[in-house]
Design a binder for this molecule. Structure first.
Ligand SMILES: [Zn+2]
Length: 347
């Protein structure tokens, strides 16, 4: 074995240090050559939101038997109107994620029925919400109370959508509340439905009316409101070129008189291909056809997006969503138990 004397040991240690330094220098040179001098653009975390500046986009999601629509205003404000049923919540979250929606400026619940509110709770649990509004119609259903609990835990302001209130959503676009009726309607087929928030979205010449699950009584009430300004009450026109059809195309809503006043060119129906209510009904479809509206259905087209660039006419796009969402079983949210379910819709 080689015997190492102290001077030789020092020389060897020096040599080792020089070798180590050289290898560090070569690694540094390699890194400098391998990396560009200017960092390239980072890959986007998520796809772009469904609009660009100067564009109004509304997507009606195919979330099964229920309603959910996303409005992205010309300045990028995001308004989520309803959130669909429990079985559609995952599809809603995916659709929002695909569109890069990482915050909601306004979450609006038309009325406290499960097919409109369940998805909102899932969204509120995952995405920051700046403001929440609903009809103010009392509900003690566990699903509704659960939604409020989540909103409270996240310190989301909760307000009531009252007739006459208008919200500026940017770039000259506005959301005006025409309903719920004041005072609330009672003794209707469904007072929860009848007191839905009715919201009218306007931007330049583009007008969209969201009716929740408005009942014929709601429609009659809206038609009876003064068409001209009276003391303290603004003029609130109801005409709209796009109508989110009330109650998923139920046979009682979308009365001929109401459609004559709205005069919609496009009528969007949100429903599942297979549902317990026969939505949309031949009666409602017939009235929409006679009113001259082109009907767009989520059960046939998947997600439906309407875009207006700089206020121009709507461009209609659709994104097929594949097979229908599973239908809830007998123990599911629309179970057939003999006890009335406060969340259950009516038909
Ligand atoms: Zn509904």
């Amino acid at each position: 074995m080689e015997r190492i004397t102290p001077p030789r040991l020092v020389r060897r240690l020096r040599r080792l240090r020089v070798q180590r330094l050289l290898s560090w220098l070569s690694l540094l040179c390699w890194l400098l050559l391998a990396c560009p001098s200017q960092p390239g653009p980072l890959p986007p975390r998520t796809p772009h939101p469904p609009n660009t500046a100067g564009e109004l986009a509304i997507t009606f999601f195919d979330i099964g038997q229920g309603d959910s629509a996303l409005v992205v205003s010309p300045t990028g404000k995001r308004i989520l109107i309803d959130g669909g049923p429990p079985e559609g919540a995952s599809a809603l979250l995916s659709a929002l994620s695909e569109r890069g929606i990482d915050r909601i400026d306004l979450m609006l619940l038309s009325h406290p029925h499960l097919d409109h509110l369940a998805g909102l709770r899932r969204v509120a649990e995952r995405i920051p919400v700046a403001l929440y509004m609903d009809s103010g119609f009392e509900s003690r259903s566990p699903a509704y109370l659960g939604l409020l609990k989540v909103l409270t835990a996240r310190s989301v302001p909760v307000k009531q959508a009252k007739r006459g209130r208008t919200i500026d959503i940017g770039g000259g676009s506005e959301l005006s509340f025409l309903g719920p009726p004041e005072p609330f309607l009672d003794h209707t087929r469904s007072d929860v439905n009848a007191n839905s928030v009715v919201a009218r979205l306007t931007w330049r010449s583009r007008v969209v009316l969201f009716t929740g699950d408005a009942e014929p009584e709601t429609e009659r009430w809206l038609l009876a409101q003064p068409a001209t300004a009276t003391a303290g009450a603004p003029v609130l026109p109801i005409s709209a070129e796009v109508l989110k059809v009330g109650h998923h195309g139920g046979k009682y809503s979308s009365t001929a008189a109401f459609l004559a006043a709205i005069h919609p060119q496009l009528a969007v129906i949100s429903c599942a291909a297979v549902n317990d209510y026969g939505h949309p009904t031949p009666e409602a479809l017939g009235r929409l056809e006679r009113a001259g509206a082109r009907v767009l259905r989520t059960d046939r087209l998947g997600h439906i997006t309407l875009r207006s660039k700089n206020g121009a006419a709507w461009q209609v796009e659709n994104q097929p969503t594949g097979p229908s969402l599973p239908r809830p079983g007998p123990d599911g949210p629309r179970g057939t138990s003999a006890t009335p379910d406060p969340d259950k819709d009516v038909e």
